[in-house]
Design a binder for this molecule. Structure first.
Ligand SMILES: [Zn+2]
Length: 105
């Protein structure tokens, strides 16, 4: 199976999906402190804080897995994974395609 889409619409679809998953990951990371702060303001109990932390941890795991499994539209490999190394950078770890690249494979 050829993993490299040549159709520009499909290419952009894959790239948009990768960008969405990155955004989801970074939003999850950034929401941690505000979420705990708001929870502490509303209900400063250990169980409330623990519940919010648990939900956040599940979201973090899900967003990390989604980001790790996002594909590069140009080379067809995982955009953020090289072997077992997960690096959420702005370029593909295999072909150096930039995350904000336009349709030009
Ligand atoms: Zn690539």
């Amino acid at each position: 199976m050829d993993n490299t889409p040549v159709d520009p619409a499909e290419y952009m679809k894959v790239l948009r999906k990768t960008r969405r998953r990155r955004a989801f990951f970074f939003c999850t990371v950034l929401v941690y402190i505000p979420a705990l702060w708001v929870t502490h303001e509303i209900s400063p109990t250990n169980s409330a804080m623990g519940t919010v932390f648990g939900i956040w941890l599940v979201l973090l795991i899900v967003s990390t897995v989604l980001a790790a499994l996002s594909k590069c539209p140009r080379c067809g490999n995982y955009f953020h994974m090289h072997g077992i190394t997960l690096l959420i950078l702005r370029k593909c770890l295999h072909c150096q395609l930039h995350i904000s690249a336009a349709v030009d494979p």
